[in-house]
Design a protein around this ligand. Structure first.
Ligand code: ADP
Length: 636
């Protein structure tokens, strides 16, 4: 575009003529008589080179502005000898000067300066062109960055909000401000219907949240297609309204699906919305979708929390729920009343708010890793609660407590009744037993009579065992006559081995005791512990086959002692294992049917072990044998 055109600015015809003579004929020459004439031209001259007669600068009051059109061009100064160029320096500093021709102009020196200037000028122009393009691109980039920054900042505030009533009016106001539209609106689809959720009307009131059922064919189109609609010229809508321009964008959910429409409208103002505004509003619509989804999830969580709190309020059980860091999360009203939990306890460590010693002890057991510890808790007023702590991984713990005061009372009445009846039965039974045993002294008995006497005595022994067990159970549960001392378990187990060896031998079984070399001190009642362990050994012998084994092993586990009693007997079916510690529970299999028993032995064992703050459990495989494990706390 920069041809071979040069411009000579001089009022001196001689200078002009001389210069024309110096220039090669290929150049097209234009002459301007003054600098003002330069300013008067509509566009800056597209010249390759400008020759500026500096005598023109010497006359009147000259301003930098007058030279401004020359700033993007290459200049060669024409200077008569006499003129001091230095004085003009401040003015000329802004020009790109390729050389100075001095009078007399037709000299060899000037020819050389001129040809160098002519060959350098295109390079300068090209460079200036590139610089110009770069500056424009940079400007555009800065503008875009600024826009993106605005979108990002706005987007963050939109997406961070969890309340739609706050966020939607903000979105409409932002959309209107960014596009300078006269109107704005946001429509959300709820269960197939369209609801206007915030509007900014032409000359209307402030933008406020709303929830108005609406019909808008363009919004429906956007919702169905998931694509924006842009009207660029005056259009009469199917509603009868006239608009100059309109832009509706889908609010697209991150997971897919259109949930609403964001729109801006000009009713009177001329001029269409631009592609750049479409881009900006699309970003705002995307952030709105995130806000809608966040708000939905938030209200769902709030609803769930509300439901959970209502359930907790009504729950008759005392329930306490902690988070992963043992902070109190939720609790039922019953729990608050029973344990005097203050209203502001949420988030506080449970052990800071819970002062009930037994429950704290149970919680400590859970902290130490005991699986679902449970126990009875007695409240200050005397109420008894059955408490169990369940750990839920990555969530925390749930403590559930049921009021069993009434059940305990019934149990006490029943036990009392059984005790009285058992006691009263014992005396006549002993008398009957005595007389039956004396029968053969009254005269010789025949075979059949002797068999009847034998059966009668067996049954009497069963009833006496039952009564003894029942009376025992009553005493153990009432903690009657159970003083505790520090005792050596090793000695106790040796006594048991000695006591049961004859019975084992009779049943053709080997009974083996293995003790560790360390001292095994437990705090307990020697008589009751011997009774409990003896009953398990007795079972291991009775529910075994000839040629089998019964092994007693002991392990020191630091704070506890573990006793295992293993046998190679019939085993216990899995379904029965959970019940064998219940009163009167017997496993009826063809092998065990004929073995005498009343089903109270393990109930007594469990009660004794629990009164020693211990635990008992069983592992068993049918036809292979059973292993009863007992964990007892060591002496302090
Ligand atoms: P019982 O008087 O019937 O022996 P227990 O309470 O001692 O009552 O035991 C309950 C039931 O558990 C028994 O009837 C028996 O079926 C089963 N049982 C107990 N110990 C063993 C064992 N070592 N091997 C197999 N079954 C056993």
């Amino acid at each position: 575009m920069h041809s071979q055109r040069v411009l000579i600015i001089t009022h001196d015809p001689d200078v002009e003529q001389t210069l024309r003579a110096l220039l090669p004929s290929a150049y097209e020459v234009e002459v301007l008589p003054t600098l003002k004439a330069l300013g008067a031209t509509a566009a800056p001259p597209p010249a390759l080179l400008v020759f500026l007669d500096v005598t023109l600068l010497d006359g009147g009051p000259l301003q930098l502005l007058d030279l401004a059109p020359l700033q993007s061009l290459s200049v060669v100064l024409l200077a008569p000898d006499a003129l001091p160029l230095k004085a003009l320096n401040p003015l000329l500093a802004n020009l790109h000067i390729l050389g100075v021709l001095t009078a007399p102009y037709l000299s060899d020196e000037n020819r050389t300066t001129l040809s160098t200037a002519l060959s350098n000028a295109p390079l300068y122009l090209h460079k200036a062109d590139l610089e110009q393009q770069l500056a424009t691109a940079q400007q555009r980039l800065d503008q875009r960055l600024q826009e993106l920054n605005v979108i990002y900042t706005i987007g963050r505030t939109i997406a961070a909000s969890l309340r739609l009533d706050e966020v939607l009016p903000r979105v409409v106001s932002i959309a209107v401000n960014l596009t300078r539209a006269e109107e704005g609106l946001i429509i959300l689809q709820e269960e197939g219907d369209l609801y206007l959720r915030a509007t900014h009307r032409f000359n209307g009131p402030e933008i406020a949240p709303q929830h108005t059922l609406t019909q808008d064919p363009i919004a429906e189109r956007v919702l169905q297609s998931g694509r924006p609609v842009m009207l660029k010229r005056e259009t009469r809508l199917s509603t009868g309204n006239l608009v100059q321009s309109l832009l509706y964008l889908p609010v697209l959910q991150p997971g897919g699906g259109t949930v609403g429409v964001l729109g801006v409208i000009n009713r009177q103002r001329q001029g269409e919305f631009t592609e750049s505004q479409l881009f900006t509003l699309s970003a705002i619509a995307d952030y709105t979708a995130i806000a809608v989804e966040n708000a939905r999830l938030f209200s769902e969580v709030e609803r769930e929390q509300h439901r959970l709190r209502s359930i907790m309020q009504r729950a008759t059980e005392a329930v306490l729920i902690t988070d992963e860091r043992e902070g109190l999360l939720l609790w039922s009203r019953t729990a608050a009343e029973a344990f005097a939990i203050p209203d502001d306890a949420a988030g506080k460590p449970i052990l800071d708010v819970l002062h009930h010693a037994q429950l704290r002890e149970l919680f400590h057991q859970a902290l130490e890793g005991l699986d679902s510890p449970k126990g009875e808790i007695i409240l200050p007023g005397g109420r008894v609660m059955n408490a169990q702590i369940t750990s839920v991984s990555h969530l925390g713990r749930v403590i559930v407590m049921q009021d069993i005061t009434q059940m305990k009372e019934l149990d006490r009445i029943k036990t009392e009744f059984v005790q009285t009846v058992s006691h009263d039965l014992r005396t006549p039974l002993t008398t009957i037993q005595g007389y039956v045993m004396l029968l053969d002294r009254a005269g010789p008995l025949n075979e059949m009579q002797r068999a009847f006497v034998h059966k009668a005595l067996n049954s009497l022994a069963d009833i006496t065992d039952l009564i003894t067990d029942l009376l025992d159970l009553g005493r153990i549960e009432a903690e009657y006559d159970m003083p505790m001392t520090d005792l050596q378990l090793g000695q106790l187990l040796q006594d048991i081995e000695e006591q049961y060896r004859p019975q084992a031998q009779k049943a053709d079984l080997t009974l083996q005791l293995t003790l560790p070399p360390t001292s095994l001190c437990v705090r307990g009642n020697a008589y009751r512990l011997q009774q409990a362990l003896g009953k398990i050994v007795d079972n291991a012998i009775r529910y075994n086959r000839p040629g089998g084994e019964v092994a007693l092993e002991v392990q020191d586990q630091g704070e506890h002692i573990l006793i295992r009693i293993r046998d190679t007997g019939f085993g216990i079916p899995l379904a029965d294992q959970a019940h064998i510690f219940e009163r009167f529970y017997r496993v009826l299999t063809p092998e065990t049917e004929s073995i005498r028993g009343v089903g109270l032995g393990l109930t007594i064992v469990k009660s004794i072990i629990e009164h020693h703050r211990g635990r008992i459990w069983v592992e068993s495989v049918i036809d292979q044998g059973s292993c009863f494990s007992i964990l007892l706390p060591k002496c302090l």
